[in-house]
Each structure stands twice: as structure tokens, then as C-alpha cells.
Design a protein around this ligand. Structure first.
Ligand SMILES: O=C(O)CCC(=O)C(=O)O
Length: 334
């Protein structure tokens, strides 16, 4: 019997085949559809995911874990964020992004215009998020035991200034990554407060992780679009959507091909979330020349050359190797 068949048998042994419905947030998938796909491609054997959670990820490309990060830790991450915004600490390599509409407003104090911190691997407090054992336990079910934290973000979605720029266009995170294999990469995204449709929760298109990487570019939005917020032009508008309403500390793990984005923040508060993209340290870099990823490669190289005062000779993969940090096991490749 093949390994995949063995794995399938293990999962099915745990299930009551006639009654189980796999739920992830508001989606419900009947297990019967699973019998037509007798391989478990997206998850690895581990004790972290229940059989239901495992099947849900296989089918939908995401799994939501309630209450995974403590209030206390989230409050500490929030304080670290505020210290950075106030200029009390300087973090090497950190990219501080500002909302395209709010950054130009005279009425908003500077720190309030920060829409995202990216690459916080050198901030010990924020980076502690990426090493939380309760997150790594789940991450290992996707990456295996050698785990790199490749991409870190604290997203501070601002109240929309009326131009709809607080939206994040629908995209696949793999667009940004020159490493593979795709199924050994996973994102963890933790709500730092209640997130719902009013403040622009994540929106996902379940099952799209089973498709290919699509072409991405800046959307043609009248009010402007934030730097590096590429979106997919041709996803099906009819595809079922799930709005991931979450409480503080809830965490969603999702596949890098899952099409997702987030809506406008229609409240007066800033909607905060913290996230990390993990990859197996056994992944390898690829050359994206001549592929749909060439546009983001050029943009990232330009930003990196400017940021580090280089002459443009930096390779796309170097920008990743430089930022990636081992959080478990051995740094075997990436
Ligand atoms: O937190 C959000 O609003 C969306 C974040 C996201 O999808 C990203 O930055 O890739």
C-alpha cells in the first residue's frame, strides 16, 4: 500500500464515515467528496490536527484554531507595535508601510498612518509570535519538523479614509515566494482583537489552494492602492466566499495558493493582526524569471537595493534567505 493510502486509512479510521461534516468557520464540506480524492497532499502525519481539521484543510485550504494565542501575549505584541510606531525602538530591516490615502492626510498623526510592519524578525518581542510552541505544533503538520519563519507582518488595517484603500485585493501569497514545494509552506494569521466584516476580516475562497498560481498585478482602483498590494485580475467572482470572523487570539492557518484578501475597515478603530509565513527548511529556491512572479521579483529587488544601499545585483532569493529565521529543527536548505 502506498504512503498516501496509508495516511488516508489512518484518517478514515478516526471518522464516522456516515455522519461527519467537516466544518471550518461557516463552510461545511461533506466527507463523501473526499472519497474521490484518495490522497492527502496538503498535510503531513502529526498529532496536531484532528482528522476533521486535516480533511478540512485538504478540502478548503485553511483551518481555524480558536483561542490559540493568549490575551497576555497579544497585549505584549500590541505594546511592541506601539513602541515602534512612537519611534521608541528602531528595528533593523523593518519595513514600515503607510496607507496610501491616510499617509497624505494632514489630520492624522504619523504613527496612525502605519498600515503594516513587515519583516520584524529582529524585534525579539514581536518575533516571539513566530516561535510560540502552540503555533509551531500546528505548523509542523504542514512543513514537517525543520521550520523556517520566512515572512513576518503585523497588519494595522486603518479606518478607511473614504477611498477604499484599506481593502486588500484578492491574492495568493505564493506570488511573493521564490521557494517550493508549495505544499510545505503555510501562513498563520492571528486576530489581535475581534475581526468581522465591519473592520475588514479576512475573506477566503475555499478550495482555491487546489488551483494554480495566477497572474497578479496592481488593481486599477480609483482611490489608489497600497505598495506591493498586488491582486489577481481574473478570479471567479461567483466562487463561494467565507468571511473569517474571529475573536482575539483565534488563528487561521492557510495554504499559500488559497485566494484571499480583506475588506474595507468601516470602523473608527485600527484592525490588528499578526502573521508569519512558515516554510519547511528543506524547501529550495526557484528562478522566477519568465514566470508570472517576475513583476514582484523586480519590485522587491528594487526596494531591497534601495533599503540596503545595493546596486541592484541582489537576487530575489537572497532577500528571502536574509530574512528567514530558523524556529525549529535544522536549517537544511532555505
Ligand atoms: O490582514 C489582512 O488584511 C490581509 C493580509 C494579507 O492577506 C497579506 O498581507 O498578504
Amino acid at each position: 500500500m502506498s504512503r498516501a493510502a496509508d495516511r488516508l486509512k489512518m484518517v478514515l479510521n478516526h471518522l464516522d464515515r456516515s455522519t461527519v461534516h467537516v466544518t471550518a468557520s461557516s463552510t461545511s464540506t461533506q466527507v463523501s467528496s473526499y472519497y474521490h480524492n484518495p490522497t492527502l497532499r496538503y498535510t503531513l502525519d502529526s498529532d496536531a490536527l484532528s482528522p476533521e481539521q486535516r480533511l478540512s484543510y485538504e478540502e478548503n485550504g485553511f483551518v481555524l484554531i480558536k483561542n490559540l494565542v493568549s490575551e497576555e501575549d497579544i497585549d505584549k505584541f500590541r505594546m511592541a507595535f506601539e513602541r515602534i510606531c512612537k519611534g521608541e525602538v528602531r528595528v533593523p530591516g523593518l519595513l514600515v508601510m503607510r496607507d496610501v490615502a491616510i499617509a497624505k492626510s494632514e489630520f492624522v498623526p504619523d504613527q496612525k498612518a502605519v498600515s503594516k510592519l513587515q519583516d520584524f524578525q529582529e524585534d525579539p518581542e514581536l518575533f516571539r509570535y513566530c516561535s510560540l510552541p502552540q503555533i509551531l505544533k500546528y505548523v509542523e503538520a504542514f512543513t514537517g519538523p525543520n521550520i523556517m519563519a520566512m515572512h513576518t507582518m503585523l497588519i494595522n488595517k486603518p479606518p478607511d479614509a473614504g477611498k477604499k484603500t484599506s481593502r486588500h485585493p484578492m491574492h495568493q501569497d505564493l506570488h511573493y515566494f521564490p521557494f517550493r514545494p508549495v505544499d510545505r509552506i503555510v501562513c498563520s494569521w492571528t486576530a489581535m482583537e475581534r475581526v468581522d466584516r465591519r473592520n475588514g476580516c479576512l475573506v477566503v475562497l475555499p478550495g482555491t489552494h487546489r488551483g494554480a498560481l495566477k497572474e497578479h498585478d496592481y488593481p486599477e482602483w480609483e482611490g489608489g492602492v497600497n505598495k506591493m498590494y498586488h491582486g489577481i485580475r481574473d478570479y471567479s467572482a461567483d466562487h463561494p466566499r467565507v468571511h473569517l470572523e474571529m475573536e482575539k487570539g483565534d488563528t487561521v492557518l492557510f495554504h499559500p495558493l488559497l485566494i484571499h484578501g480583506s475588506g474595507m475597515n468601516q470602523t473608527q478603530g485600527f484592525r490588528k493582526a499578526i502573521s508569519c509565513h512558515y516554510a519547511s527548511a528543506d524547501c529550495y529556491y526557484i528562478d522566477v524569471k519568465g514566470t508570472t512572479q517576475e513583476n514582484i521579483e523586480n519590485e522587491v529587488k528594487e526596494i531591497a537595493s534601495h533599503k540596503y544601499g545595493l546596486d541592484g545585483s541582489i537576487r530575489f532569493q537572497d532577500t528571502w534567505a536574509f530574512r528567514g529565521r530558523l524556529v525549529q529543527g535544522e536549517r537544511t536548505s532555505l
